[in-house]
Design a protein around this ligand. Structure first.
Ligand SMILES: *Cc1c(COP(=O)(O)O)cnc(C)c1O
Length: 221
């Protein structure tokens, strides 16, 4: 099966009712699988790798809203600018400056989320609270220069653990940071947290965008 249609219908109806955006994470899956979900009316898809995204973007309808959710290397930013809908994984000021530079050259404002490190694991990317404060300070002090990036909210990934109380606490922390930053930036509305294994908890803790792969497309090899 290309996509689990029954699960999609169920999750989609539930999220629609809760006004939570569903981003279908299609990394490692084929363009054919993306098209199957597209044909059911879905438009928001998430990818982690630039080259894979480029290949799918070229092969698929152009009204797909492509979310970039993986670690982004600065030398690959330029390739995303022409078509990316939302870069969810801005994890350094250097990266944000690079996005701003290429967005300015293309004269196209790029919407971004700041990825915050909430997991207690070392392996996940993201800004810690000090780096987040530094980045926000830079934006506030350089509004004119940084006008080609528009910060729409935060993204975070909880620890990969069966300890759901810990996962809940990590989401709760991100929501608190989100509420604090929200007062400083206009148009700051998106809180992206929750994946296949923890999206219900994430929504209970205030998420309004979830990124789901496995439940829709099956396990990745
Ligand atoms: C892979 C990935 C997801 C989707 O994970 P699933 O467990 O398959 O739902 C969500 N967010 C990010 C950042 C990812 O890399």
């Amino acid at each position: 099966m290309l996509v689990d249609t029954a699960t999609y219908a169920q999750i989609n109806a539930d999220l629609l009712q809760r006004r939570v955006t569903l981003v279908a994470v299609s990394k490692t899956k084929t363009a054919e699988q993306v098209k199957a979900l597209y044909d059911l009316g879905h438009r928001d898809f998430g990818e982690n790798y630039v080259q894979e995204l480029m290949d799918k973007q070229a092969a698929l309808p152009h009204d797909i809203r492509w979310h970039f959710i993986g670690h982004l290397q600065r030398n690959k930013v330029k390739k995303l600018i022409p078509f990316v809908y939302l870069i969810q994984s801005v994890d350094s000021l250097k990266l944000l400056k690079e996005i701003n530079k290429h967005a300015g050259r293309a004269e196209k404002v790029i919407h971004c989320l700041l990825q915050v490190h909430i997991a207690t694991e070392e392996t996940k990317f993201g800004l810690d609270e000090t780096e987040l404060a530094e980045l926000l300070g830079h934006l506030a002090a350089n509004e004119k220069e940084m006008k080609w990036v528009s910060i729409k909210g935060l993204m975070g990934m909880a620890s990969l653990t069966g300890d759901m109380a810990r996962v809940r606490n990590e989401f709760r922390r991100l929501k608190a940071i989100f509420e604090r930053v929200r007062t400083q930036i206009s148009g700051f509305t998106i809180l992206s947290m929750g994946m296949s294994g923890d999206y219900r908890i994430a929504i209970e803790e205030g998420s309004n965008l979830v990124r789901i792969g496995t439940l829709l497309f099956g396990e990745r090899s």
